[in-house]
Design a protein. Structure first.
Length: 155
């Protein structure tokens, strides 16, 4: 597998909220959801993405595990890491779009959750895998928020 990643912080004044790792048979990418309001979390979104990414990657490395189960347990593990110090019921609690690709024997398995796009160069051409459900939710509200600069009260 040949892997390329590129990432840039959404706001130059904030830490990069993305996380990625690649090994011979596994690729995991997380795109931390930039907080537009308070999050109820003292750690921040970059911390969340790194914790979830490393937990998920560790679980997904077991080729006998189902990828969706590895993601579920990774989310639970990460929540447990800050359940006592953060308000996980807060509507802005940290989250991340996630993608994983795993080579298992001759098959390529994947899970995509949120607005991460995966491109796979196959013998039949480029295959695009994305979960576009986020783009279809609260469109008017998102457009209004996107009109304003980061850090502004309107945002």
């Amino acid at each position: 597998m040949r892997v390329s990643t590129a990432s840039k912080a959404g706001n130059p004044k904030s830490p990069n909220e993305d996380w990625a790792m690649a090994s011979e048979n596994l690729i995991v990418v997380l795109d931390g959801a930039t907080g537009r309001t308070g999050t109820g979390c003292v750690h921040g979104i970059a911390w969340y993405a790194a914790k979830l990414g490393s937990a998920f990657a560790g679980l997904a490395a077991d080729r006998d595990s189902e990828l969706v189960n590895a993601l579920m347990y990774g989310i639970r593990f990460t929540a447990d890491q800050h359940r006592d110090t953060c308000d996980l019921s807060h509507p802005g609690t940290p989250s991340a779009a996630t993608a994983v690709l795993r080579l298992k024997d001759t098959a390529l398995e994947y899970v995509v959750l949120g607005d991460v796009t995966v491109l796979i160069d196959t013998v039949d051409g480029i295959q695009v895998i994305t979960d576009d459900r986020v783009d279809k939710t609260a469109r008017a509200e998102r457009d209004e928020a996107d009109r304003h600069p980061f850090g502004s009260a309107e945002k």
